[in-house]
Design a protein around this ligand. Structure first.
Ligand code: AMP
Length: 214
């Protein structure tokens, strides 16, 4: 099962990806997570990616494409994968087709998680992540007991640099300009299935489960 999760930042791709990956036993490949790890470890890739991420801009295609191609060659991807946050531009989508075709593979479905703009801004600016264990809270939807401390491990909660209001607005603009064209790209190939992302997490997941079993 070779799946792409499409949708604007804040649509819940990461949350759904964790469930889909566990349920269908396929690796979850999040380019955002790969970059955040690289930033935390201060690798050359991380240093390069950080300036783009902090502004809410996309990391250049050639950097992202190389990383994903390499990841897709790993043995755990041979029976399926779930891409979350990639592709984000038409050149990335074209590079993905090429990379898969070489190995006789193809995408099975592209799930487009849809959420309106006001809701995305509300979701993204309220997100808080624990520096200790990585648990993600939300000041409105899943509030921690204290807005600065993790309920699980007592670690400090922080707001991702790219979740500040100014950066969120830029990320949505970048999404509209560079990523939204992929909706038509995948619709034209008959791969696109829309999912209403405004519903509760469990409802969204059961809809996805239904689509992937169809
Ligand atoms: P995400 O967690 O998917 O929202 O990604 C966080 C940030 O990582 C994005 O705002 C981009 O700066 C960068 N990023 C992640 N995936 C990609 C991609 N496919 N192409 C370019 N930049 C990306």
């Amino acid at each position: 099962m070779n799946i792409v999760l499409l949708g604007p930042p804040g649509a819940g791709k990461g949350t759904q990806a964790i469930r889909i990956s566990a349920h269908f036993d396929i690796p979850h490949i999040s380019t955002g997570d790969i970059f955040r790890r690289a930033v935390a470890q201060k690798t050359a890739l991380g240093l390069k990616a950080k300036e783009f991420m902090d502004r809410g801009d996309l990391v250049p295609d050639e950097v992202v494409i190389g990383i994903v191609k390499q990841r897709l060659e790993e043995p755990d991807c041979s029976t399926g994968f779930l891409l979350d946050g990639f592709p984000r531009t038409v050149p990335q989508a074209e590079a993905l087709v090429d990379a898969l075709t070489v190995g006789g593979r193809a995408l099975d479905k592209v799930l487009n998680i849809e959420v309106d703009r006001d809701e995305l801004i509300r979701r993204l600016t309220g997100r808080r992540t624990c520096r200790g264990c990585g648990k993600v809270f939300h000041l409105i939807f899943d509030p921690p007991k204290s807005s600065t401390t993790c309920d699980i491990c007592g670690g400090a909660l922080w707001q991702r640099e790219d979740d500040s209001e100014e950066t969120v607005i830029n990320r949505l603009k970048v999404y509209e300009a560079q990523t939204a064209p992929l909706v038509d790209f995948y619709r034209a190939q008959g791969l696109l299935v829309a999912v209403d992302g405004r519903q509760p997490v469990e409802v969204v997941f059961s809809r996805i489960d239904e689509i992937l079993h169809a």
